[in-house]
Design a protein around this ligand. Structure first.
Ligand SMILES: *Cc1c(COP(=O)(O)O)cnc(C)c1O
Length: 457
């Protein structure tokens, strides 16, 4: 740097000079005149501040580089793919369930053009969007009828609004739960206009507590799956079958918010048994509601299965229109459910592929990562997440990286072009292959190597 004699602010080029500079050519082709002009202004403002604080005037190349990185950041959408190396299979913040191949294709086909969303090809007239999915759900769950809405929160709200507004809903105190993301059973009940009647105690509710609470204003008995927490010890709840026969004996209906909607038995994979919609239907439930994007492994959706006459009332209620499912999610849900109907969900639905992965296969993948980028392969635990099966884990192998500042390194990983989300345990950065999709290995290794070389500088 030479000695500056004149005011260094005067050494800064004008926006126009920068725009006409040869070096701006690439930026102009990529981002257009307006965006580049604006970015150059921001870069010059920053340079002026820097100079006023005693810094040296940056050169033309530096100014163009600053504008270029600003344009890159501005152009990157904030909603974009990441690599989930946390080992949490249903990571709600990372979008819950990744979709199976056929669901992706079905979405694309419907997105790209017109479709039979509400159209009967045979008759050439208006059809119903539920027609594409109802028979699939009834075939899988054994229910008489079914419908689908935007998500499970909407499903529960619709059921309570359509069947219990201005009337009473009896529910056990132990099930007045908060699921996360602000979904609290008592709040949803209040929103629907139904009145909550709590029975039993936090840990124990008996069938007789329900029986005593039934009165002329009672519309429904309700069950909610505690999803994201576990009660152990001195606990008691009546079975679904007992509740159903109590409800039906008194001319009432029993409804259930089941949460996850596991259509396969989690116990077959070394996990605790997660209640299944099919079991609720067999036990005599009148309506059961569950999520499309938790253990079902499909898109965001709320599925309601149960008695025909009640499902009809839901479909006709004005709120149904406000919470209806969109065509893309409907297409993806049909394609996902089709794997369950055919009996090959474990082979095709990513959530179940991940649950069913053999630890040795995971170890082999972690070892191949270690060969390429270093680190140790050690045992660890993957979890289900998404408010399902709390405390339950799957044995796994992870690549463990020892770095001087694990938090900073994890942040570096998140800053890569292919952001990687890792887990830190005992000051080591862990990468769990279970939740890294097949085909993401190279991108993951690239991001990790880049972060490692940045960390060593
Ligand atoms: C997750 C969950 C919900 C909310 O489902 P969304 O599909 O996320 O709307 C409601 N009830 C229970 C019991 C849940 O576990």
């Amino acid at each position: 740097m030479s000695e500056q004699t004149e005011n260094p602010l005067r050494q800064l080029p004008s926006v126009d000079r920068l725009l006409n500079d040869m070096g701006a050519g690439d930026l102009l082709t990529s981002y257009g005149h307006e965006a580049v002009r604006d970015a150059l202004r921001v870069a010059l403002d920053a340079a002026r501040q820097w100079i006023r604080q005693g810094g040296n005037a940056p050169g033309v190349d530096e100014l163009l580089a600053a504008a270029g990185s600003l344009l890159r950041v501005r152009q990157t959408p904030s909603l974009r793919p990441v690599i989930n190396a946390t080992g949490v299979i249903l990571h709600t913040n990372l979008g819950r369930a990744p979709l199976c191949e056929s669901a992706q294709q079905a979405m694309l086909a419907v997105a790209a053009g017109y479709s039979t969303l509400e159209y009967e090809l045979e008759a050439g007239e208006r059809g119903k969007r539920e027609s594409h999915i109802e028979s699939l759900i009834t075939a899988i769950t054994g229910a008489e009828a079914a419908t689908v809405v935007n998500n499970n929160a909407a499903a529960v709200l619709l059921i309570l609004t359509a069947l219990a507004q201005h009337r009473e809903v009896v529910i056990s105190r132990g099930q007045l739960v908060e699921i996360g993301g602000g979904f609290r059973i008592p709040d949803v009940l209040a929103q629907s206009g139904a009145r909550l009647v709590e029975v039993g105690t936090t840990n124990r509710t008996r069938l007789d507590d329900f029986a005593q609470a039934i009165g002329p204003q009672t519309a429904l008995l309700m069950r909610a799956h505690a999803s994201n927490f576990k009660q152990i010890g001195f606990v008691e709840q009546p079975t679904l079958r007992e509740l159903a026969s109590l409800a039906h004996g008194r001319g009432l209906h029993l409804i259930e918010d089941l949460g996850s909607g596991a259509l396969l038995d989690t116990a077959a994979y070394g996990l605790e048994h997660e209640p299944m919609p099919q079991e609720s239907v067999r036990a005599g439930i009148d309506l059961v509601a569950f999520s499309g994007d938790k253990l079902l492994g499909g898109p965001q959706a709320g599925i309601i299965a149960g008695r025909g006459e009640l499902v009809e009332r839901l479909k006709r209620h004005p709120l149904a229109r406000a919470v209806r499912i969109d065509k893309l999610n409907l297409a993806a849900l049909v394609a996902t459910l089709d794997h369950y109907r055919r009996g090959d969900a474990v082979e095709h639905v990513p959530v179940w592929q991940m649950i069913a992965l053999h630890p040795e296969a995971i170890r082999a993948r972690a070892e191949s990562w270690a060969m390429q980028i270093g680190g140790d392969v050690t045992t660890s635990e993957s979890t289900i997440g998404g408010g399902s099966l709390p405390g339950e884990t799957l044995p796994t192998f992870v690549l463990a990286l020892d770095v001087p500042r694990p938090d900073e390194f994890a942040a570096q990983l998140r800053r890569q072009a292919n952001p990687v989300i890792a887990r830190i345990v005992h000051r080591r950065v862990l990468l769990d292959p279970r939740t890294v999709l097949p085909g993401q290995d190279n991108a993951l290794l690239q991001s990790v190597s880049a972060a490692l070389s940045e960390a060593s500088h």
